[in-house]
Design a protein around this ligand. Structure first.
Ligand code: 5GP
Length: 208
């Protein structure tokens, strides 16, 4: 039993398979909440307001920064992305676990302030494989792929401040490993809250 939700932070270089992994995780763990970020980028086809993102203008985003409404925010691929305090606090206070998908800068800014969360990084098996996956998607022109590879390499170099590293060889297996991490973190001694009778037993002296 625990009263406060756990925050899981998930990052991955573009093309590593984070979106597919999260889709599988959603089916396997329906009670896990996914944080919905604010962004200034356009909605892609198939995405919807309030489910994938809250799509807002640059001016509205900058006003929110001024009003200190974001737990963290970053500029990724020339667009703003941010996580509102309100979203996270609401779930956490309700005892619900929440997963936030963040780019490496956002995750690092939370690590730097010792934010209480579990940091998980998904990596590709190799750089060659990452480039192949980005190319195969066929959604981006070569110069964008080159840019994503450059950004990706810089992100990979920062793996050290994460708690867990998942290498995505097979997406089903990666989702299964992610699930195992979440289950294990839920059993941590630090967040264990015993029932009243167990609590009095645990607080009493051990009989000699
Ligand atoms: P996309 O545009 O492909 O949905 O997301 C681009 C990148 O922005 C991904 O790495 C994604 O994890 C990251 N991202 C999404 N929401 C947030 C957020 O609220 N804050 C930060 N720092 N990054 C985010």
């Amino acid at each position: 039993m625990k009263s406060k939700g756990i925050v899981f932070i998930l990052s991955a270089p573009s093309g590593t398979g984070k979106t597919t992994t999260c889709k599988i995780l959603k089916q396997k763990l329906p009670e896990l909440k996914f944080s919905v970020s604010h962004t200034t980028r356009e909605a892609r086809s198939g995405e919807s307001e309030g489910e994938d993102y809250f799509y807002i203008s640059q001016k509205d985003f900058e006003d929110k920064i001024k009003r200190d409404e974001f737990l963290e925010w970053a500029k990724v691929h020339k667009q703003y992305y941010g996580t509102a305090f309100e979203t996270i606090d609401r779930h956490r206070q309700n005892g619900e676990d929440i997963l936030i998908e963040l780019d490496v800068q956002g995750a690092k800014s939370l690590r730097d302030i010792n934010y209480d969360a579990v940091f998980i990084f998904i990596l590709p098996p190799s750089l060659k494989e990452l480039e192949e996956r980005l190319t195969k998607r066929g959604t981006e022109p070569p110069e964008i792929i080159r840019d994503r590879m450059k950004v990706g390499k810089n992100e990979i170099k920062q793996y050290e401040f994460y708690d867990y590293i998942l290498t995505n060889v097979n997406v089903e297996e990666t989702a299964e490993n992610l699930l195992s991490i979440i289950r294990a973190e839920r059993c941590r001694k630090e967040i264990y809250e015993p029932s009243p009778d167990l609590s009095s037993l645990l607080n009493s002296k051990v009989n000699a």
